[in-house]
Design a protein around this ligand. Structure first.
Ligand SMILES: Nc1ncnc2c1ncn2[C@@H]1O[C@H](COP(=O)(O)OP(=O)(O)OP(=O)(O)O)[C@@H](O)[C@H]1O
Length: 211
């Protein structure tokens, strides 16, 4: 991985579900400092695209190439209901071979005002979402793939994530995200990748990409 090599590339990648094409052929080169906002109506294939970019699904055709370590944060929260926030974070980080010591996890939870020792089933949807996003802060990786990251977050947390995203891009990272909502104040300028026919643009695009 060099300082100038792309963090993600797709070559004629096609996404299908049950033999029906959702998007593609898609040629995308995601360099450092760049963000792409995937837009589209329900069912247009945003989640399928992000999971494919993350390597969790094979494209029906074409290739996906990663240029560095990646965080994929999906729409569904991957937390174990009966475990507390600290144990969930520990497991999540271990699962992805991210080395973060326990003191750092605890300090982050305290700073966030999140209860470290309460079963996550007792937490609100927004609190759970914040725990799910914690790896972005705790174990930085250059490429973020975020499926509806603002879902359930309050305004100040959305704006904190926007500021962190801006810092991430300024530091040489890259982001692909889907969001039904307008991006929060402070979120960096994005190219727009529009899937399906009926999806409206939600903010001025840096560049329109063709799926
Ligand atoms: N596990 C699955 N098996 C079969 N088809 C699926 C599966 N998951 C999604 N699909 C289909 O794939 C298409 C795209 O779904 P996807 O979840 O990628 O869309 P989306 O744009 O993320 O939608 P939303 O905005 O509602 O989250 C939909 O028609 C959906 O019914």
């Amino acid at each position: 991985m060099s300082a100038t090599s792309p963090l993600l590339g797709t070559c004629q990648a096609v996404g299908e579900r049950q033999g029906v094409r959702l998007w593609g052929p898609l040629d995308l080169t995601l360099g450092r400092g760049r963000a792409v906002h995937v837009q589209g109506a329900n069912g247009s294939g945003k989640t399928t695209l992000l999971r494919t970019l993350a390597g969790l699904r094979r494209p029906a055709a074409g290739r996906i190439v990663h240029g560095g370590p990646t965080w994929f944060i999906g729409h569904a929260t991957p937390l174990a209901d009966e475990l507390d926030a600290r144990s969930n974070l520990r497991d999540l980080l271990d699962l992805h071979q991210a080395e973060v010591d326990a003191a750092r996890i605890d300090a982050w939870l305290t700073r966030q005002g999140l209860p470290a020792r309460r079963a996550v089933r007792q937490l609100s949807a927004g609190q759970r979402r914040r725990i799910t996003l914690a790896p972005l802060w705790l174990a930085p990786r250059p490429l973020w793939l975020l499926d509806e990251p603002f879902d359930a977050l309050d305004q100040s947390t959305c704006e904190a994530l926007a500021r962190w995203s801006a810092a991430h891009l300024a530091g040489g990272g890259a982001i692909v995200l889907s969001s039904h909502q307008s991006l929060p104040a402070g979120f960096p300028r994005c190219d727009v990748l529009r899937l399906g026919a009926a999806a409206p643009a939600t903010r001025p695009a840096g560049q329109e990409l063709t799926p």
